[in-house]
Ligand binder design. Structure first.
Ligand SMILES: *Cc1c(COP(=O)(O)O)cnc(C)c1O
Length: 465
């Protein structure tokens, strides 16, 4: 399998080159040259596979430069850290199915991809006898999942910036209580955007990047998308056992368009009619909802909500979908993205029919989120987190009679206990890993949001090959 850039400016690369490249060197995003198709016969043979074996079958369609036994081993190790034997359990309420993606070490769906990416990095560095210093900024969930993905790995150091006192207590503790010597937490006086801007500017210093062997772990890495494709296939197989092979809708709480883009790949990969529609759910930060409903992809201000991991305007994975929308023509993609960088908007009204063939979109207000958590708890005794509720709101609104819908549950409710408890009017049981956090020792540098200070710190503590 060869990989190309959405902007057409790189020679085709292998899977492992794509993983190490992260963002394509021409500024575009990396995609497989062609999406593999799975016939019904193969699909039916997958019905009894465990999650790990299914992950191998799906991923090996996209990876041909890691020997099979090694790929299988990487996958097995990645999902051993999950607290459920099924890895990703499904809960059924009639024709509504909830896919619980939060059984990994940091209790949010990002573990599914970052446990895998951490192991792939380790494997590749070992093979090339090299090292990597990962640098990233987080608003909460990504940082902890990334730290848990690489903690204790010999060839990797990780530096994660988070905004001081602007992440939740659980998120802060999850990051700062990891005592492995390769983990460096930096709390900055400033916002997430300040952290993000510093990281971007450091990556733009190509000499520094090379000298310090900097690596990125953000949501544009192809390996992250790939790991997420697997659970859509897994859900389809399980739901079709329950629902006599009917086409399924998926409802996906969306921020950076990463998770739902994995669903789009799965839809194109599986036999026609396996996935019907992708329901794109946003909170009040609704650029993507406007894109689907009105063809209006234009930036506005980010407003804070109770689903903070989706408080995003510019969706970093959107360019991947745009490439398909524009008939896989890199020049047009590049032109559209240049226009977006200059004007903050792309007009997609001419593409409405095409977009709505695959997507339905809905936004949830803060009141919708609270009401959804409360009502669903009352009716089914099931407690969901605010991100999941954004998706559930959309699913309930657009559910069609006779069509199964699968809601992606992206975080454990205990991770956002305050909002959840306020909604249902009672306290909830916290998972053990959260209960223990508060008493644990933690370690973190507090620094000004100053690029040079951060660079000095990284340089001082970086691993060198
Ligand atoms: C990151 C995140 C999302 C959004 O996922 P995207 O891939 O950015 O669309 C949703 N829910 C939770 C809990 C998250 O951490």
């Amino acid at each position: 399998m060869q990989y190309i850039s959405t902007r057409g400016g790189i020679d085709p690369v292998s899977f492992t080159e794509a993983v190490l490249m992260g963002l394509a060197t021409d500024g575009g995003l990396i995609l497989p040259r062609a999406i593999p198709r799975i016939g019904s016969e193969t699909y039916n043979e997958w019905k009894d596979l465990s999650y790990k074996d299914l992950a191998f079958e799906v991923m090996s369609r996209f990876v041909d430069d890691i020997p099979e036994a090694e790929l299988r081993n990487l996958i097995y190790r990645s999902y051993e850290s999950f607290d459920s034997d099924e890895v990703i359990p499904l809960v059924h309420h009639g024709s509504l199915h909830i896919m619980e993606l939060f059984h990994g070490p940091t209790l949010a769906f990002k573990d599914v991809a970052l446990q895998f990416l951490g192991n792939v990095f380790e494997y590749l560095l070992e093979k090339n006898d090299s090292i990597m210093n990962i640098l990233g900024a987080t608003s909460g969930d990504t940082g902890s999942a990334a730290i848990y993905g690489v903690r204790g790995k010999e060839r990797i150091n990780i530096f994660i910036l988070h905004p001081h006192e602007r992440v939740s207590k659980v998120q802060e503790k999850q990051m700062t209580t990891v005592m492995d010597s390769n983990v460096f937490n930096i709390a900055i006086h400033g916002t997430f955007d300040d952290g993000q801007a510093i990281v971007k500017s450091i990556f733009n210093d190509l000499d520094f990047k090379e000298q310090q062997s900097l690596g990125a772990i953000n949501s544009i890495n192809w390996a992250r998308v790939l790991a997420q494709v697997v659970y859509y296939v897994h859900a389809c197989l399980h739901i079709s056992n329950h629902e006599n092979d009917k086409a399924t809708d998926f409802s996906v709480p969306t921020g950076n368009f990463g998770d739902i883009f994995a669903g789009y790949i799965a839809k194109r990969m599986l036999p026609e009619g396996t996935i019907r529609k992708l329901l794109l759910a946003t909170n009040g930060n609704d650029i993507l909802t406007r894109m689907v409903q009105d063809g209006d992809y234009s930036l506005s201000e980010v407003t804070p909500t109770s689903s903070p991991s989706m408080d995003i305007q510019s969706a970093s994975n959107f360019e991947r979908y745009l490439y398909y929308l524009l008939d896989e023509e890199p020049d047009r993609t590049k032109q559209a993205m240049t226009q977006f960088a200059e004007t903050g908007s792309i007009n997609l009204t001419d593409f409405q029919d095409q977009i709505q063939r695959d997507f339905i979109a809905e936004k949830a207000t803060e009141e919708d989120v609270t009401a959804t958590i409360a009502d669903f708890h009352k009716e089914h005794g099931y407690i969901m987190d605010p991100h999941t509720a954004v998706g559930m709101h959309c699913a309930l609104k657009h559910q069609r009679k006779g069509i199964p819908v699968c809601c992606l549950a992206t975080a454990h409710p205990g991770k956002f206990a305050e909002t959840v408890e306020a909604a249902i009017g009672q306290t909830i049981d916290l998972p053990e890993s959260i209960q223990n956090l508060m008493d644990k020792e933690s370690r973190c540098e507090l620094m000004d949001a100053d690029r040079n200070l951060i660079m000095d710190f990284v340089k001082k503590h970086a691993k060198h090959g």
